[in-house]
Ligand binder design. Structure first.
Ligand code: SF4
Ligand code: SF4
Length: 366
């Protein structure tokens, strides 16, 4: 017997859906469900993370409310998915951060910005802090200190992910066929194309149960914007250590161009997702945890906004304060990666690897 109310509800719905099978062409969840006759905790967590919450399986369901079966797969899987982030979190002592996640992330961001502003005021040359420095960030914070601080935060986030994803993978993968290289490539393809945000072809359910491709488009802006910003930082690191080129880089240089494109995409994507989330039918979502979604897209938006402002105003006297605010926001983003909505990308990716492995396992007919 599943241990929680959300597990029991997901098991109940998957049992009904497995008898009905009307939605089997919509996404990966239903074909994966059909491989099973009984649903253990690992199976349900896997199916929940395979769901992209497109909402397509609700409007046409003959058993959806007000039917007495009360079938609402998107909401049930969303709740279980959000539970899974809490269940596999490392360290377990922090499990509570997924409750009222929006508040925790906001407090973390405010504290981080305050620490950077105070640190700059205390340790930087006051003249450098309040005057134009020709965009030379390292007069305010030495390059080594920046790398050490953010490198430590990144290593901590990676360690937290390794521990939590290992426990998650063990649960969803128990007894499943081995996922090989081809499964990995297939999962990468499905992730990079956001295939299952297509709602079976018509798009995600949005306002008034109308399908729309916008949610997928804004996810693409966010995803590729994030990757471009990561690429900009990586190129800048290679410039610094390999070629000895020191920032600030010219406007027409690879790190700045990649960062500007990524930054613009990271304004458009999160802003669009926020607007869509306000219009989306609440019955498709886990209403109690909407703060987590909002906090994450707000953090991405703020990171991008402060980064672009810093680029535009880097030669002005405001550069010192802008740099401290930007670094504070980025640090909060790094630290909140394992404890916020960012985890959904990794959990979903591993669910797609599992799904691709099952398909290659030969037990699968698409
Ligand atoms: S969501 Fe409804 S229509 Fe779709 S498979 Fe389940 S019970 Fe059938
Ligand atoms: S909400 Fe979309 S992705 Fe999730 S189970 Fe329904 S059809 Fe599949």
């Amino acid at each position: 017997m599943p241990a929680t109310e959300n597990l029991r509800e997901a098991e109940r719905l998957m049992t009904i859906c497995n008898a009905c099978r009307y939605c089997e062409g919509l996404c990966a969840v239903f074909p994966a469900m059909e491989l099973r006759r009984i649903f253990g905790q690992g199976d349900l967590v896997y199916l929940a993370n395979l769901c992209h919450q497109c909402g397509a399986c609700l409007p046409d369901c003959q058993y959806s409310p007000p039917h007495q079966f009360d079938v609402n797969v998107p909401a049930a899987l969303a709740k279980l998915r959000n539970d899974s982030y809490e269940r596999y979190i490392w360290p377990q002592a922090l499990a509570g951060v997924f409750e009222r996640n929006g508040l925790w992330v906001s407090l973390l961001c405010a504290a981080s910005v305050a620490v950077f502003v105070a640190g700059f005021v205390a340790f930087a040359d006051p003249a450098a802090l309040w005057s134009a420095q020709a965009g030379d960030f390292y007069r305010l914070m030495p390059h080594g200190a920046m790398i050490g601080l953010f490198g430590a935060a990144a290593l901590y986030a990676i360690a937290a992910f390794v521990f939590s994803l290992r426990a998650y993978w063990r649960d969803i993968h128990a007894g499943a066929p081995r996922a090989g290289l081809l499964a990995l490539l297939r999962a990468l393809h499905d992730s990079f194309t956001l295939r299952y945000l297509g709602g079976g072809g018509e798009g995600c359910m949005s306002e008034n149960e109308r399908p729309s491709g916008l949610r997928r488009v804004y996810h693409h802006f966010t995803f590729y914007g994030f990757l471009l910003c990561f690429a900009a930082t990586s190129v800048a690191t290679i410039y610094h250590y390999w070629y000895g080129f020191r920032a600030p880089y010219p406007l027409v240089s690879l790190p700045v161009l990649l960062g500007t494109l990524g930054g613009l995409a990271l304004l458009i994507g999160p802003a669009g997702l926020f607007v869509l989330s306000q219009k989306r039918d609440p019955k498709l979502t886990d209403r109690a945890r909407r703060g987590m979604d909002t906090a994450f897209i707000a953090m991405l938006f703020l990171t991008s906004l402060t980064g672009l402002l810093l680029l535009i105003l880097r030669d002005s006297a405001t550069m010192g304060m802008l740099l401290s605010v930007h670094l504070g926001v980025v640090m909060a983003l790094f630290l909140s990666f394992p404890y916020g909505k960012f985890v959904h990308a990794l959990y979903r990716f591993l669910a797609l690897v599992q799904y691709a492995g099952e398909r290659r396992g030969g037990t699968f007919v698409e």
